[in-house]
Design a protein around this ligand. Structure first.
Ligand code: CIZ
Ligand code: SF4
Length: 319
């Protein structure tokens, strides 16, 4: 529409006037993902968002995603200005892992290496030995297990359980979950497979084990996108946030992607599996922060320096 065209034009002009770059997650509005690509920014998972923001020369990063992504960018590049379209966009994993309780849990298990998922606060990262994203979780735990280390994993119990099954490592789990992925149900996917018997099933391992069991490929967003591209299949049932369809469809215009049903939805679903916090990012809010410089992310300096260590391990491990 005219409104969208006008926001887009404004954002392009404001990004270049402010020496700013737009970094967007695969789960954000397709309009934002398209604009990030068009303006030389990036669309990716949280690992590549972190790396891109660190390496890009722009002085200001506009991070479209959820709060931990902006915080990670600020920790890795404290001298840059990091702005977010909204400061209200959090994550059920971050909420479900408050630093005081988490720190106590770690204190109770001093013999364990503390590995936390990127979807956590700066304070939780600062308490950890390692930060991982889902794209490298299995490899990092494999590496630690080979060194004879026992693991304390937080916050996502489904991903932690998946990683432990894949590696055979001794993993103690924190009890957290993603409200989007936890809603996928094995029954719904089995029903959908009757409608699309030829389809491959792609599942993000933040989903329950019964759903992961049905997967032809289980993996991070970037791994699922890669599977969509490389598998010799015409149809895919996809159990992750529907924002991912922008990139899948762009890379595979002739393939069909069907969002897996969540609890309470019908067999096929247009509105389900959409993270409510990711959805708070809009073109309008990006115009707003670029015009006013609001919604800046700050991280306490001492905390940031401690969190930098496990984050740097994450980036170096995957380099
Ligand atoms: O579910 C999320 O928030 C994901 C997949 C984040 C990421 O690692 O890109
Ligand atoms: Fe958090 Fe789940 Fe939303 Fe990702 S999709 S930001 S894990 S609530």
């Amino acid at each position: 529409s005219e409104q969208i065209a006008s926001y887009t034009a404004q954002i392009k002009q404001l990004l270049s006037a402010n020496n700013a770059v737009l970094v967007a997650h695969y789960y954000t509005d397709p309009l934002i993902q398209a604009l990030a690509e068009e303006t030389g920014g990036c669309v990716s998972d949280s690992l590549e968002m972190a790396r891109f923001g660190k390496e890009h020369p722009a002085e200001t990063l506009i991070v479209a995603g959820v709060k931990f992504m902006g915080e990670t960018a600020k920790i890795l590049t404290p001298h840059k200005r990091v702005l977010m379209p909204t400061l209200e966009a959090t994550c059920s994993l971050d909420i479900g892992c408050p630093i005081d309780e988490f720190s106590e849990f770690c204190d109770q298990h001093p013999d364990r290496t503390v590995v936390v998922y990127a979807n956590t606060s700066a304070a939780v990262k600062a308490r950890a030995d390692w930060v991982v994203t889902s794209s490298i979780a299995v490899d990092v735990i494999d590496h630690l297990d080979a060194n004879g280390e026992k693991i304390l994993w937080a916050p996502d119990k489904h991903l932690g359980d998946y990683v432990s099954r894949q590696t055979g490592a001794d993993v103690l789990l924190w009890d957290g979950a993603c409200i989007v992925h936890e809603e996928f149900k094995a029954k719904g996917i089995e029903d959908l497979k009757l409608l699309y018997p030829e389809a491959a099933v792609l599942v993000h391992p933040e989903s329950p084990a019964s759903v992961v069991e049905l997967a032809d490929v289980a993996g991070s967003t970037s791994q699922l996108i890669n599977a969509a591209k490389t598998m010799d299949k015409e149809q895919f049932i996809v159990a992750t946030d529907q924002g991912i369809f922008y990139k899948m469809q762009q890379l595979c215009p002739d393939k069909e992607f069907i969002v897996a049903p969540t609890a309470g939805s019908g067999a096929t679903c247009r509105s389900c599996a959409n993270c409510p916090w990711m959805a708070m990012n809009s073109l309008e809010s990006i115009v707003h922060v670029l015009e006013n410089g609001g919604n800046e992310i700050f991280v306490d300096q001492a905390l940031g320096e401690r969190a930098m260590k496990p984050l740097t391990r994450m980036l170096n491990f995957s380099a």
